[in-house]
Design a protein around this ligand. Structure first.
Ligand SMILES: CC(C)(COP(=O)(O)OP(=O)(O)OC[C@H]1O[C@@H](n2cnc3c(N)ncnc32)[C@H](O)[C@@H]1OP(=O)(O)O)[C@@H](O)C(=O)NCCC(=O)NCCS
Length: 207
């Protein structure tokens, strides 16, 4: 049963710019998601939540369907916005705006990954920029937070390129790749970039 749309402004949505399209996780994405995730085990493991299950167990089409059901339930009541990234029509990653809190805070946490085959082309930052503009626009948030391990240079470069500022260090904050890991916390506020996040990226000549 669908919940009240007023609980989830800005969801569901499809966002597009150039070769990049973001859309809600689809049931039909199971096989493609499983194939891409399995092929990227080495590329992704270091940045992923710890798990008692093997990578292969966590990335079957059945596992995808279970995860999808869970996140879409949360999306229906406005707690998260889980997008798949497509580049030139191919499933190439995910951006999730999660832990959405309303009231006086109006904040969410952004997480993302891309297929190593599309990395280094600006596609991930384009996808995250689209989600940030959507979050500050139709979703109505004021703050987007990104928590990043100090070892993750590409991810820090991505958010810095989009205008996020580093606000501090959370000690042993998230259980990632088998241990509690320190994370830098970055944030972007709606008023930081009056021309929008994508607008800044384009103005800087980043494509
Ligand atoms: C973090 C991650 C998404 C970054 O992906 P990415 O492709 O490096 O990020 P971008 O889309 O911003 O692309 C930037 C790179 O493309 C290059 N680039 C090429 N054309 C570009 C363009 N038009 N615009 C911007 N960058 C462009 C940049 O120079 C940059 O290269 P650099 O890393 O050598 O500086 C990716 O490394 C990843 O999925 N890692 C594994 C999962 C992960 O770490 N998730 C985040 C956890 S916090």
């Amino acid at each position: 049963m669908l919940s009240d749309p007023a609980l989830r402004p800005g969801w569901p949505a499809t966002l597009r710019w150039g070769p990049v399209e973001l859309h809600p996780l689809r049931r039909a994405d199971a096989a493609e998601w499983s194939r891409v995730r399995l092929a990227n085990e080495e590329w992704l493991t270091r940045w992923e939540p710890s798990s008692a299950q093997s990578w292969a167990q966590r990335h079957t089409p059945t596992a995808y369907r279970a995860v999808r059901r869970r996140v879409l339930q949360r999306a229906r009541i406005g707690l998260c916005l889980p997008f798949v990234i497509r580049v030139d029509g191919r499933l190439a990653g995910q951006v999730t705006l999660d832990n959405v809190v309303r009231g006086a805070l109006r904040s969410g946490n952004v997480g993302y990954w891309v297929d190593s085959a599309v990395a280094g082309r600006g596609m991930a930052s384009l996808a995250v920029a689209l989600v940030c503009d959507h979050a500050f626009g139709p979703v109505g948030l004021h703050r987007i937070q990104a928590d990043i391990r100090p070892e993750n240079g590409p991810s820090q470069r991505l958010v810095e390129r989009l205008g996020f500022r580093r606000e501090g260090l959370f000690r042993r904050y998230l259980d990632i790749d088998g241990d509690w890991r320190d994370h830098y916390t970055y944030a972007l506020l709606a008023e930081d970039l009056p021309g929008g996040v994508l607008g800044r990226r384009l103005a800087r000549g980043d494509g």
